[in-house]
Design a protein around this ligand. Structure first.
Ligand SMILES: [Zn+2]
Ligand SMILES: [Zn+2]
Length: 127
C-alpha cells in the first residue's frame, strides 16, 4: 500500500511529497516497472508478479525526490498480499547522485529553499 506524505515549509511554503511503498515488477529486460495496487495494471505485470517495492524519498543536497528500491523479494509474488510469505531483502539506499541521505519523513527539518523555515506535515494520503 502506498502512502503519500506532503510536507510544507512554514515560512516559504515550499512543498515536498514523499511516498511509498509502491509495488513493482521486473520486465523481460530486467527493467523495474510499477505493478499497480491492489491489482496489476497490465497483463505483463500480472505475468511477472511483484518483485519488490520502491519509494519516493527526498534528497536535501539535490533538492529532489528520488525514486528508489527499498526492498526486493527472493522470488516474484503472484498476488499483492502473497509477498508477506516470501523472504525479502530490504535496502536503505543513499542518493545515487550525491550519496546523501534520503528522507521520507521531513517534519521538523530545515527547508533548503529559504534556510529558515521548517517542514510541517500537511497531509497524508492513501492510494
Ligand atoms: Zn522554506
Ligand atoms: Zn542527492
Amino acid at each position: 500500500m502506498a502512502v503519500s506524505n506532503i510536507f510544507k515549509c512554514n515560512i516559504c511554503g515550499y512543498k515536498v511529497v514523499t511516498s511509498g511503498h509502491h509495488e513493482s515488477y521486473r520486465d523481460g529486460h530486467g527493467n523495474r516497472r510499477p505493478y499497480g495496487h491492489p491489482s496489476p495494471t497490465s497483463f505483463e505485470a500480472l505475468v511477472y508478479g511483484i518483485k519488490g517495492f520502491s519509494a519516493r524519498k527526498y534528497c536535501f543536497n539535490c533538492d529532489q525526490v528520488k525514486d528508489i528500491i527499498v526492498s526486493e523479494l527472493e522470488k516474484p509474488a503472484e498476488y499483492w498480499n502473497d509477498f508477506q510469505n516470501i523472504p525479502c531483502k530490504t535496502f536503505d539506499p543513499a542518493c545515487e547522485e550525491c550519496n546523501g541521505n534520503l528522507y521520507s519523513e521531513l517534519t521538523g527539518l530545515i527547508c533548503p529553499r529559504c534556510n529558515e523555515g521548517i517542514f510541517e506535515s500537511e497531509l497524508t494520503g492513501f492510494s
